[in-house]
Design a protein around this ligand. Sequence first.
Ligand code: GUN
Ligand code: ZN
Length: 425
Amino acid sequence: MKILRSTILHTPRNAFRHADALAAYSDGALAVDNGRIVACADYAEVRAAHPDADVEDLRGGYILPGFIDTHVHFPQVRILGGLGYSLLDWLDQLTLPEEARLADSAYSSTIAREFTRALAAHGTTTALVFGSHFGDATASLLETANTRGLRVFAGIVLSDRKLRPELHQTAEAAYRDSKTLIQQFGADRYVVTPRFALSASEAILDVCQTLVGEHPGVRFTTHINESPNEIAEVARLFPWADDYLGVYERFNLVGPRSLLAHNIHASASELARLSLRGASVSHCPCSNAALGSGILPMRRHVEANVRVSLGSDVGGGTGFGILKEGLQAYLMQRLAAEPMTLAPAQMLYLATRAGAEALEIDDETGDFAPGKSADFVYLQAPENSVLAGVLGRLEDPERILAALFTMAGTESIKEVRVGDRDILH
Ligand code: GUN
Ligand code: ZN
C-alpha cells in the first residue's frame, strides 16, 4: 500500500446535475494498493487509517483522474497543424492520402508508437480511438497500447465508397477482418467503426449491425452532423432517412454503447432520440473551430439529457491535450448562440468521468472512488513558469482547476498512471 500526498481534485458525480460534484483536498491523500484505489480523502484521515503505508510526498502539484479522450484518430498524428481547410477538402487533400500510408506495416508500427506516446504525454489514460482502414495497422495500435498500459478501445475503420479505392473494403472483408480482431483483442476492447454515413453504403452498415448483434460487448463509434456539406450529401444518399441519426438508427447502431462524434448541427428530434437511446456525443471543440464546422449547442444537449464527453479529434483538432479541449469548450460555449459558462468542475467532469460514463467503464475509472483503478495524472507547473506564479497564490479549488485548464500543457505533466503501470516513461 502506498499513500500519495498532494492536492487532489476529482468529480465523483455528474457536474451538470450536482452543484457539489467537485471533490477537492488541498492536503489530500490517494491510498493505492496493487493499482487499486483504497481511499481518497484528507491526508490526516487517510494516514491515521493506514499508519504503516509508505508515503510519497507530491505536495506542490495536483493529482487529477487520468484524462479520457473519446474521439481521436490513430493514423492522423502526422497531419496535425493542417489549417486552412473545411472537412471534406481536408479529408480529400490531407487526411486520406496519409491514412493510405498505413497499408505499410513498418510505417503503421512507427505511427502506433508515436500515437500512444503522445496520448500518455498529454495525460490521457483512456481513449476511444478511430483505428485504421487496415486490419494490421489497427492490430498494431491495440498491441502497442496494451504494451504501454494505455486503456485503448478501437476497431478497423470501415468504408466502401467516396474515399480512395485503397481505403475501401468489400462487405465480406470488413466482416472477416473485424471478426479476426474481435477474437484477438476481445469484444470489450473492440469498436465497430464505420467512418461516416457518407463513406458507408447500406452493405457496410449491415455488416456493422451484424457485428454488434453477434458481439454485444463491442462499442460503436462514427461521425455525425459535423459539417453542412456532409449532412446535405448524406441526405441525398439516404433519401429514406428523416435525418442523419436516422441512418444509423435504421441499422440498430444507436444505443448506450454508441459514441457519436461532433453532432454540431443536430435537430431537436435527434437530441431527443439520442437521449432516449442513451447514446453519447463526443464533443471536439478544437476540431470544430479549426475545420470551421460550427459551435456545438451544448446547452441544448445538456437540456435534452444527452451525454457529452470530450474528444481531441487529432488530426482535425489541434493536438492531444484534453485540458486544451476543456478550455476550448469553455471558450466556444461563451460564444455560442445559446451561451453557457462552463464551470471548472464541469470542465473536469467532461475531461474525466463523463468519458468513463460514455464508455460504460465508470465502475473502473474516471474518478477516485475506492475500488477503481488508480488512473491518474500528476501535474506540477515548471519552476519559474507563469502557471507556477498563478497557482502559487490560489487556494480555491475551482480557481486552481481553471488555471490548469487555461495554462497546463505537457511540460506540467510529470506522472501518468493506469493502475500499477507508469505509462509516461
Ligand atoms: N468525418 C469522416 N472522417 C473524418 C475524420 O477523419 N475527421 C473528422 N473530424 N471528421 C470526419
Ligand atoms: Zn473524427
